[in-house]
Design a protein around this ligand. Structure first.
Ligand SMILES: O=C[C@H](O)COP(=O)(O)O
Length: 249
């Protein structure tokens, strides 16, 4: 049985003051947690997350990682640095850097490798655009995106992954995949993992992301292959994030 994971992706939002208020509210609301909970903060605020969250059970993670280990890569953040500040996870391959910064499948696979080498679990995002869905390409797109990473990994490494299915057309739009639509893609991803490694298929959590909110979270997370959520907008308020945590319980 996979423990559900609720991961907040703050994206490029927050300040010391607002983060502190959000994290303190979460700590107060969740002295004990009903599932795994994580916030993925902008890199400059990860030390603040560590200061607020160490010892609470709520984890913290980053939103990207360099494909390089160290050296003359101005502006990049190495996996070892994320581990050093206490991160357990890092988002890799989100559709925003895929589209705005041209992150390719090959680059994303390298980022996953660097994360795993530093004992960080990559949260690998996959998902189709609306045009790709309309063209009947959803499964082909997400399988290509996952396959590009799996081909670089051992089965043992693959078991450390978290996968997030994020239909691009549902991100920040208020549109969401229905539970049946999401389950169909999650089941496809689970079958692909199983063909690679039955152990990884049993272990890997496949999250849904794309306008998950308190009102749709219960039905989405009731589906057999939806193991939690990667939450954008609704993770910025303690009450809505907590309502999704409750839905996972
Ligand atoms: O990483 C999170 C996703 O991009 C979903 O964002 P959203 O919940 O604001 O739609």
């Amino acid at each position: 049985m996979r423990t559900k994971l609720i991961a907040g992706n703050w994206k490029m939002n927050g300040s010391f003051e607002s983060n502190g208020a959000l994290l303190r509210a979460l700590k107060e609301q969740w002295p004990t947690l009903p599932c795994d909970v994580l916030v993925c903060a902008p890199a400059v605020y990860l030390a603040q997350c560590r200061a607020e969250l160490a010892g609470t059970g709520i984890g913290w993670g980053a939103q990207d990682v360099s494909a390089h280990t160290a050296g003359a890569y101005t502006g990049e953040v190495a996996a070892a640095m994320l581990a050093d500040v206490g991160c357990s996870h890092v988002i890799v391959g989100h559709s925003e850097p895929r589209s705005y910064h041209g992150h390719s499948d090959a680059l994303i696979a390298q980022k996953c490798l660097r994360a795993l080498e530093s004992s960080l679990a990559p949260i690998l995002c996959v998902g189709e655009t609306l045009a790709e869905r309309d063209a009947g390409l959803t499964n082909a797109v997400v399988m290509r995106q996952l396959g590009a990473v799996l081909e670089m990994l051992t089965p043992r490494q693959a078991a450390q992954l978290v996968v997030a299915y994020e239909p691009v057309w549902a991100i920040g739009t208020g549109r969401t995949a229905t539970p049946d639509m999401a389950q169909e893609v999650h089941a496809t991803l689970r079958r692909q993992l199983h063909a690679f490694s039955p152990d990884a298929a049993a272990t890997v959590r496949i999250l849904y992301g794309g306008s998950m909110k308190p009102d749709n979270a219960p039905a989405l997370m009731a589906m057999p292959d939806i193991d939690g959520g990667l939450i954008g907008g609704a993770s910025l308020q303690a009450d809505s994030f907590s309502a999704i945590i409750r839905a996972a319980a």
